[in-house]
Design a protein around this ligand. Structure first.
Ligand code: COA
Length: 217
């Protein structure tokens, strides 16, 4: 594996991180992408955790990034359980499949544990996150905000048993609700890129999104 290091993101990295996020996500889930705009606005949001905002760097180039936010589980007993979430997680296309994404996740989870966080919930491809110890949130009785079980909703306990008795609905911060018009304007500040439809990764994403069923029947 080619050498790379992981460190906290710095202000001077912002544009490079947004650029790499755009490269990583472009046409991946949908034609084009808005994750680079999400990265741009997330840093200004109250839910953002700069102490868990890491970049991977190789030969002075930023090749990957992971950003964390505060999230919660709205438990069936009426309590709100404080959890973590992350995303975007991005690796430059030329660097994908070389362990960078896994290293960013493992490194940041280690730091999150040191900081006293106990559980992480995210939306993502189960085939990637299962490598890293994530389980379907369903196995903890946790569904989406709309109260569905969804395979793409993945959970990890940083402290064994942390999610025991926390059945309920995952609530990620409103900062993830992207203003599409603003995202489009932001995208125009980058070099033009072709939007493509019908790609295998887009069909797989649609499959993941559609695999949901009511949590309570
Ligand atoms: C998904 C992503 C972050 C993974 O990072 P990466 O550096 O490419 O992944 P790694 O090299 O650490 O891969 C670890 C394992 O997961 C697998 N994997 C990587 N990406 C995967 C994906 N999208 N789906 C399924 N498995 C994947 C790899 O094959 C590897 O398996 P192996 O160890 O058995 O060979 C990166 O590919 C990326 O930026 N993709 C585009 C944006 C994206 O989808 N982000 C995540 C949104 S939830």
């Amino acid at each position: 594996m080619e050498p790379f290091t992981i460190r906290l993101e710095r202000e001077e990295d912002y544009r490079a991180v947004e650029d790499l996020t755009r490269e990583a996500f472009w046409n991946h889930h949908v034609p084009g992408c808005d994750e680079h705009y999400l990265a741009h606005v997330l840093r200004e949001s109250d839910c953002f955790l700069p102490e868990l905002d890491f970049v991977a760097e190789a030969k002075g180039e930023i090749i990957g990034n992971i950003m964390y936010t505060k999230a919660s589980v709205l438990c069936d007993d009426g309590e709100a359980f404080a959890a973590l979430s992350f995303g975007p997680l991005s690796v430059l296309p030329d660097w994908q499949g070389k362990g960078v994404g896994s290293a960013l996740v493992r490194h940041s989870l280690g730091r999150a544990s040191e900081l006293g966080y106990t559980a992480v919930l995210i939306y993502g491809d189960p085939s990637f996150y299962s490598h890293l110890g994530f389980l379907p949130a369903e196995s903890f009785g946790i569904g989406t905000a709309g109260d569905d079980y969804m395979d793409a909703l993945q959970a990890l306990e940083l402290v064994a048993g942390a999610l025991r008795g926390k059945e309920g609905r995952f609530a990620e911060d409103h900062a993830y609700e992207v203003d599409e018009a603003a995202a489009e304007l932001f995208d125009q500040t980058f070099p033009a890129k072709e939007k493509r439809e019908g790609l295998p990764s887009q069909l797989k994403f649609l499959q993941h999104v559609s695999m949901r069923r009511p949590r309570k029947l």
